[in-house]
Each structure stands twice: as structure tokens, then as C-alpha cells.
Design a protein around this ligand. Structure first.
Ligand code: IMP
Ligand code: MG
Length: 183
């Protein structure tokens, strides 16, 4: 780990090599599942999913299009309220399209629950979800997730797209922060 990060990181939960191996597996699974689909639309949820989107899309040996959405929760930032505001909508019409939503982490599930309801109302042919990380112990609504990278415990994690106060997104691994960093 570069020195610039070593002093802030408490523990590496998922090393870069494990992320790469898991993405190889998931990409092969997605290629199989969508073998009959002409043009899969991969939708990244900004900002957290930008790293995963890039690494996943380049592993897929099949026709794909890429689009992004940005969402934010209203109100207090510490816990997700489930009330979601769309900051950036899709550029693409999705009626009749096959969508794969790509998320960094599913925590309470409230953000994605709102997003799925919103996207379903636009009449896509199918919607599936891929997430790099999931915290099952925190889930408040049941979300159908087709592709999961890793389960993590109920701890705050950073890296590989995930931030604390907009930092650490560029780490190539998933880790936890030393308590001093928060204070
Ligand atoms: P949910 O609506 O509670 O599922 O919120 C999920 C969003 O909260 C994710 O897309 C992240 O932006 C953020 N989040 C949840 N847990 C973490 C974490 O451990 N580290 C960084 N961001 C997190
Ligand atoms: Mg975030």
C-alpha cells in the first residue's frame, strides 16, 4: 500500500487481487446470462460505481452501452431516509431495453429500492442489479440482487469507488479507516 494511504487505513478487507478475480468470474456469468441479448445497457450509479463500471465493462466480451445516474438522499446524511432525489437522469430511453444496474454497495437498500421502482415504471424489458459489496445485516428492504462481489460486515468501508468525505475512492482495494481519520 502506498505510504500516502497506509497511515489512514486500519485494515484491508478485500485486496485488489481478490476484486480482480471476482470481477473475472462475474463478467463470465453476465456474458452467459445475457448471451441472447443484443445490446445490454449497463447503468452505473454515481459516484461510487464509477470504478466498478469501468473495470466490469472492459471485461465484457459482448455488445453493451453505458449510461449513468446520480442520486442523493434528502435530509440527514448519516442514515438513508429512502427519499431519493435524481441529480442526473439517464440519457437513454429504456423502454424495451435490458438493464444492468451497477452499485458500489447496498446498505439499507432504500436508495436502490427507490431507483428500481422509478426505472421499472419506464417499461424496460428486464432489470438486474450488480453490486460490488453488500452489508446484509443492515438491509431494511429486500432487494433482488443478481450479482454480488463480496459481503462485508457492518463497518464503514472505503476504496474502489467508495468514499469518506469524497476521499479514498481511488484506492484499488476495500478497507476500513483508522478511528483518528473520522475525528
Ligand atoms: P442505502 O440506501 O442505505 O443502501 O445506501 C447506499 C449508499 O450509501 C451507497 O451507494 C454508498 O454511497 C453509501 N454507503 C453505504 N455504506 C457505505 C460504506 O461503508 N462506505 C461508503 N459509502 C457507503
Ligand atoms: Mg457515498
Amino acid at each position: 500500500m502506498p505510504d500516502a494511504f497506509a497511515e489512514d487505513i486500519e485494515e484491508v478487507l478485500v485486496p485488489a487481487a481478490r476484486i480482480r478475480d471476482r470481477l473475472d468470474e462475474l463478467a463470465r456469468q453476465i456474458e452467459e446470462d445475457y448471451a441472447d441479448v443484443d445490446d445490454l445497457l449497463i447503468v452505473g450509479v454515481l459516484k461510487g460505481a464509477y470504478v466498478l463500471m469501468s473495470d466490469l465493462a472492459r471485461r465484457l466480451r459482448m455488445p453493451t452501452s453505458v449510461d449513468f445516474m446520480a442520486v442523493s438522499s434528502y435530509g440527514a446524511a448519516t442514515t438513508s431516509s429512502g427519499v431519493v432525489r435524481i441529480l442526473k437522469d439517464l440519457d437513454t430511453e429504456i423502454e424495451g431495453r435490458h438493464l444492468l444496474i451497477v452499485e458500489d454497495i447496498i446498505d439499507s437498500g432504500l436508495t436502490l429500492d427507490y431507483l428500481l421502482g422509478n426505472l421499472r415504471s419506464r417499461g424496460p424489458a428486464s432489470i438486474e442489479v450488480m453490486t460490488l459489496l453488500t452489508k446484509p445485516s443492515r438491509r431494511r428492504v429486500d432487494i433482488p440482487v443478481r450479482y454480488v462481489g463480496f459481503e462485508v460486515p457492518d463497518v464503514f468501508v472505503v476504496g474502489y469507488g467508495l468514499d469518506y468525505d469524497e476521499h479514498y475512492r481511488n484506492l484499488d482495494f476495500i478497507g476500513t479507516l483508522r478511528p483518528e481519520v473520522y475525528s
